[in-house]
Design a protein around this ligand. Structure first.
Ligand code: CA
Length: 514
């Protein structure tokens, strides 16, 4: 009896100390919506400083070629959850509903003993599964005063209202979770996910007039005329010139502010708007585009600024608690974005600005501080990488690869050198034709497969993608090479044919004359 109880005691103590000494790294995955490299100073300091995002880069690795597989919000998130392309995870366009019953990386981490949490933007419609704790925006969520859905594996989903600026609220919730809900005996994976800087770029109270006295540089392609490319570039509806509405431009105030918030908002915008409206009739078309660009880009940068502040708070907390040494911090966004390049706002295209997304990874003791990678990595690899960091086997059916070896400074010899992209949301918002394509980082082939049109870019000679060489004899062999690589990748990823959707019934205009 005595022997038995001693054995039991030893076993119990061993188990307790094993749990207490679980030294697997924590993961803080910071994610934003529509944040491009052009507005992150570790990549490009010409528009704004993001000192806290830069802290992650300075302490870790910056990836120049993190490409997304399908450059739009919901689909990118579904790819990250599953490590699978859109056609396999079932979420091919916004408006789909994520099948949360399928295998996801948070479920696998949770089963392996990680405490899992998601705070902020979710945008997959179905209730989050695999998280001990979730507190997420409902749908896109507003910039101010968001209702949020709170729950977890053992807590029923409950809606709660909030007053305040959404970015700040999400930041406070992330800190609060770290301080009060984290289980110190377990490693954790926290997804800290902002809505900002998604359209329509509403700044927080702190930054309503920040940048008022500055001119933001214009991109070289702001006045693109879409010549020398296939037809889709000219046929979209995402031009700063034409498609920003009065709410986007803050000529109309947001409709869900408290009286105090509205007062601060109007105090900031009304004088600027009056000055513009007083001279608008005498401005040239070019001057109006330039004004719209400044208004739009500044509000975008202001929205990013608040995000950067919240990241600073979380990094400070990790450091103050000594948690930073064993925590991998990842910063990324669901895709890149056009800050006026090609005259655009929005994303979707396989062109560089939206294909590339920021990726910064800080992992003390593993990643060389201040290092830079030009290897092609992707949001398709995030699930696999998080699992590898946690020491969990990566399931065979995931389609990406862990970039853990790259983080350790050793790119595998057989690491991918080409990348497959596929955008499906047409007909749809902003009218970007369906396309797929392949790039090796130096050249890019895009096929608008329902239009029988294509584009080929020499990214070294033409980094802004202004001149397609698709039909140029000089590039015939390169085109052939990429066409066959595209076919190979489509087979490799088991991409089915995407049939052309039936044309929609034309909308009836007004009343009939009879
Ligand atoms: Ca997005």
């Amino acid at each position: 009896m005595k022997f038995l109880s001693t054995t039991f005691l030893v076993a119990a103590l061993t188990l307790i100390s094993a749990v207490a000494q679980d030294s697997r790294p924590n993961i803080v995955f910071i994610f934003t919506d529509d944040h491009c490299q052009q507005a992150l100073s570790a990549y490009d300091a010409t528009r704004m400083a993001t000192p806290n995002m830069d802290r992650i880069a300075e302490g870790g690795m910056l990836f120049n070629r993190c490409y997304v597989t399908n450059g739009i919000c919901g689909p990118s998130r579904a790819v990250i959850q599953t490590g699978k392309h859109s056609h396999l995870n079932g979420f091919v366009r916004n408006g789909n509903t994520f099948n949360g019953d399928q295998q996801t990386f948070p479920k696998l981490l949770n089963a392996a003993g990680y405490q899992t949490a998601v705070i902020g933007k979710w945008h997959l419609k179905s209730t989050p599964q695999g998280y001990d704790y979730f507190d997420v925006l409902i749908g896109q969520g507003p910039y101010y005063n968001p209702p949020m859905l709170y729950g977890g594996i053992e807590a029923e989903a409950t809606k709660r209202d909030h007053v305040g600026y959404t970015t700040d609220i999400i930041g406070e919730k992330a800190l609060d979770w770290l301080k009060n809900d984290r289980d110190p005996e377990k490693p954790f994976m926290l997804m800290f996910q902002h809505k900002a800087p998604h359209r329509n770029w509403q700044p927080g109270p702190k930054y309503l007039t920040w940048l008022d006295d500055q001119e933001i540089p214009e991109p070289a392609t702001l006045f693109d005329d879409y010549s020398n490319r296939a037809s889709p570039a000219a046929n979209q509806t995402m031009e700063i010139k034409t498609h920003l509405n009065d709410r986007d431009l803050k000529l109309v105030a947001p409709n869900n502010l408290t009286p105090e918030q509205l007062e601060a908002w109007n105090a900031a915008y009304e004088p600027k708007n009056e000055a513009y409206l007083a001279k608008r009739d005498s401005m040239t078309e070019k001057e109006i585009i330039q004004w719209k660009y400044q208004r739009y880009v500044k509000d975008y940068l202001r929205s990013v600024k608040s995000v950067d502040d919240t990241i600073g708070d979380v990094l400070d907390y990790l450091e103050a608690e000594g948690l930073d040494e064993n925590t991998v911090v990842i910063y990324s966004s669901d895709q890149g974005w056009y800050l006026g390049e090609h005259g655009w706002f929005d994303k979707r295209w396989m062109y560089e600005e939206s294909l590339k997304t920021p990726l910064l990874v800080k992992w003390p003791g593993v990643v060389e501080p201040g290092s830079v990678s030009n290897d092609i990595v992707s949001n398709l690899d995030f699930a696999e990488t998080f699992l590898e960091i946690a020491g969990v086997d990566v399931p065979e059916d995931m389609q990406g690869e862990s970039f853990g070896p790259i983080l350790r400074g050793k790119t595998p010899r057989d690491w991918r050198t080409t990348f497959y992209y596929h955008y499906y949301e047409f007909p749809g918002a902003h009218s970007v034709a369906r396309h797929y394509g392949v790039t090796d980082g130096d050249h890019k082939l895009i096929q608008y497969y329902h239009l029988d049109e294509g584009e080929l870019f020499d990214l070294k000679k033409d980094p802004n993608e202004m001149n397609s060489v698709y039909d140029s004899p000089e590039y015939a062999s390169k085109r052939k090479e990429l066409e066959s690589e595209l076919e190979r990748l489509r087979e490799y990823y088991q991409v089915p044919e995407d049939p052309k959707p039936e044309p929609r019934e034309p909308r009836k205009k007004g009343k009939s004359k009879s």
